[in-house]
Design a protein around this ligand. Sequence first.
Ligand code: NOJ
Length: 764
Amino acid sequence: MKRILLPIFLLLFGFSFLQKANSQIASQDAIDAKVHALLKKMTLDEKVAQLNQLSNPYYQTGAGANSREAQSFDQMIEQGQIGSFLNVLGADETRRLQTIAVEKSRLGIPLIFGYDVIHGFKTMFPIPLAEAASFDRAAMEKSARIAAIEASANGLHWTFAPMVDISRDARWGRIMEGAGEDVYLNEQAAIARVKGFQGNDLAAPNTIAACAKHFAAYGASVAGRDYAAVDISERSLREVIFPPFKAALDAGVATFMSSFNTINGVPASGNKWLLTDILRKEWGFKGFVVSDWNSLGEMLPHGNVETAYDVAETGINAGVDMDMEGRIYINEIKKLLDDKKISIQQIDEMVSRILRVKYQLGLFDHPYQYCDKKKQDELTLHPDHLKASREIARKSLVLLKNDNKVLPLPKKGSTIAVIGPLADDNDSPLGNWRGIAESNSAVSLLDGIRQAVGNDSKVLYAEGCRLVNNSKQHFFSQLEVNNTDRSGFAEAIAIAHQADVVVMALGETAFMSGECRSYADISLKGLQAELLAEIHKTGKPIVLTLFNGRPMVLTDVVDQADALLVCWLPGSEAGHAIADVLFGDYNPSGKLPASFPYHVGQVPIYYEQLNSGRPYDPNPEGFSTKYRDIPNAPLFAFGKGLSYTEFRYDNLQLNKKEITKNESLDISVTITNTGNYDGEEVVQLYIRDIAGKGISRPMMQLKGFEKVFLAKGESKKVNFKITANDLAFWRLDETWAPEAGEFLLMIGSASDDIRLKDQFSYKE
Ligand code: NOJ
């Protein structure tokens, strides 16, 4: 029977697959035909308008430019001078503007509205770095899906996300916005987020176009300073920086954003090698590229060109299709065409790419489908979205220390002192890219704890010290850290004395990470470490909950806490999610997506290092690669995260010892929950290419992870597959392929906690 069914199944399945692929090609062809026909009717001004994106002048997410001047957008739209907006949102306002574009402009070309929907729209999710700590692909996809549902109900068509910039430098404020230091994890996050935003059908009213940004290498800026230059080898670009972008592209991302930085002296937004040779020719990207906020105009201070005219020429010839808030294209294109510096074919191609995405979004057929006030009211901040936010937030928390099993805490019969400047903060957990979330709308840690214990335990609270003096903080605020006012210490110490356990909330506010929020000192700011030291003197057990938009240096403070829970900036439901973990309603399962340095002098720090000719030797006399004053290792390594239970790893099996180009290696390992709680483990698979042919290869590279749930006492087999592509890299002969040879396979619970090893070989 089976023998008959299988071919029938394959036939049907194969047929429907083919049908789907064919219908996709057909609809692409149909769109291309429409674009072509429309293009023929367009004047040059109308074409240039499509390349011009302006921001709402009253709501800016970037600096400078000209947009603060009063202007009449309505008139500009009607006259066909704008093709896209950013920071204009809301069903009513977008409908109003769209009506002008569709009904009053000569050709009725719809506008595309973009916005930074980064970790939620109004329902806030953990910042992307935090969410990456969940190592949970479905969770990452879900938060992006919900963000798209809310954003699309508020008139938006397009998000400037996901940011897929790898960063290995925690000083860089925007490390909060990506998936951390690792290539594979960033690839997985990129895929999940693109799928979440775009769904299966871009034309559906609840999906939005995604944007892979910032292309490229923005997270590798010199000294971790935002907007600084990037000096990087082609090898690092291809092996580290590019893969998450390529993964986003393969997942169907509709747009790319070029970055602010220079790469080896050439600004990314004027970089033909990057935007045309790699992105379009090598990878075949068909969508459009938007500049970052005036990143075209910023070529002038970069100094690679002399005038705005040169900027436009360079941007167009490099491959930037849409000018975000720079007003360079709109002013310079005609002259460039007259001077034959660019061709009308180039302009047509740029316009076509943008129009194609507008067609794909269904904007021509249903220009108002995204501006439905009723849907906006129904879906924004929907209770189901908040529920999902809590679930995703608790998966993102990382337990790094739990001495004497101080956690989980009992809910009943104890006195809990909640202390610290972030304990009663219902704003910081919202994070920096907070969409339209209302200030102070998150559940604070204090509220979460109070609601979790109800009347069963006594909760005392003291702020201890302020972290910043600013009463209100926002995107542009310069923060004033409190370094002097200790007046709250006494009360905090007093309540600690009365308590059975102290939960401290320290770290960073929402606006200490994010764009233009690089810090040279990434340890606890202000008086926080001093406060912790004072509370420590009471001898009470301390659970340190850390609020942070980046890996922090905790070396001087970690010994004073019995438990350390990294909470990041976990979103709208922060306090509930953290309480779920503190009281054991959820067993922590997050793992670090980026190393926590021992000292800021170690950064950039990451596990995927090459070996040295003089490998680290603990003997202080030896001439080995090391610091004289601190260890080489981070304080907490990539992939690390504890659970309330323990997991045993055994029975590592490989189905073969050698693979060739078209074969795959099946790997399995048995994981057993040997502790007293049900829980999830992130099983991590690393490889090492032991000897390259002319090139040194990293000592470890993550190539797979699986998050598995195990009831206490339960065992499960976890399976992985390795293919030749997983072994490939940028070889000396400048091809992307694996090399024959031996590979080490490592399976473990963290990059510094490998439990099982084996070896296999690859044969060409
Ligand atoms: C500048 C940021 O670099 C980019 O990520 C963002 O999308 C734009 N501003 C628009 O807000």
